[in-house]
Design a binder for this molecule. Sequence first.
Ligand code: DP6
Length: 396
Amino acid sequence: AMAAERGVAAATCTAPVNIAVIKYWGKRDTDLILPINSSLSVTLHQDQLKTTTTVAASRDFTEDRLWLNGKEADVGHPRVQACLREVRRLARKRRGGGEDTAALSLSYKVHIASENNFPTAAGLASSAAGYACLVSALARLYGLEEELSEVARRGSGSACRSMFGGFVQWQRGERPDGTDSLALQVAPETHWPELHVLVLVVSGEKKPVGSTVGMQTSVETSPLLKHRAEVVVPERLAQMMRHIRERDFEGFGQLAMRDSNQFHATCLDTFPPIFYLTDLSRHIIALAHRYNAHHGHTKVAYTFDAGPNAVIFALADTVAEFVEVVRRSFPPAPNGDQFVRGLPVGSAALSQELLTAVVTEPVLGAVQYILHTKPGPGPQLVDDPSQHLLGADGLP
Ligand code: DP6
């Protein structure tokens, strides 16, 4: 972690993406990033999706600098600055003002380099992993050992949930200063090994309205969102925790789908309305329901965030069959890239009965690829110095 070659101290961490099954949408404080409701997510495995961040500090650095996926970016971004300021504040508090000569000086400028192991263009929530990773690496650099979801939250609300593995709740908190608005692990990633995740990455489309702006318009205009935050979410959160504790896929899947649908309903209830679901999302939703109806119970569950990719939950014994259903429903271009990526997927033969009932109107090339993954652990420290994104000179 700490390497003091030529006066440069550095630390590298990796952090995961998470997908909410009880959605966060709406802030009661936009500066501190305090939500109007609690939320709950599943942390995805870093073997498939992760951010890696190296932070370095040196007396020789003349300014703070940031590189994202190899390109220099604006280190002055208010949310990056908020994370830096909060980590340094905690480090100062911990040192109690005393002169610890062994500790890294908090006045040194920092260099930050961050990259994803997945294409940013794929529209997979990268800000959650990005801020969780930044805060984890900074904490390591300054020797902080406390839980820092409260700081990651200042980067992006959903980032606080990426500070833990498995199943994670972001408790909204009550205090105006946000000290009780933090993430808590509901269950570790080992809790439900049969639970698998398929990310259906859809072909080139961009986000119409970013979540930060979108959710603020929703808070200002949607009566449905107000009802959701006050009445619906508190009930659902308790139910969802029970379904997870009991590994009840029927309950978990049904509620995940309903909550995704209600989030998108609040977007339609926003004025002017926001549309994140597309014709293709609706195709995928209908497909999942036909598939579940054919089997007579919930075999797959979808959820969509503020973008067009679909995330599907399924138990291990369903993955191969459903992947084949997706392949038949959205036939990939014959000369295209690898259609199934991530964890291996077995082969499955579909009965004529299933094909007739479920694969009704194929849309060519609409799904670019499927990423097969599963729940995974929280941020990890990278010990191997050869994996650092900044060299001994503090440059990428
Ligand atoms: C739809 O965490 O990206 O993915 O706090 O403004 O950075 P900011 O928003 P962000 O919003 C995520 C919204 C969501 C639902 C969720 O992840 O809970």
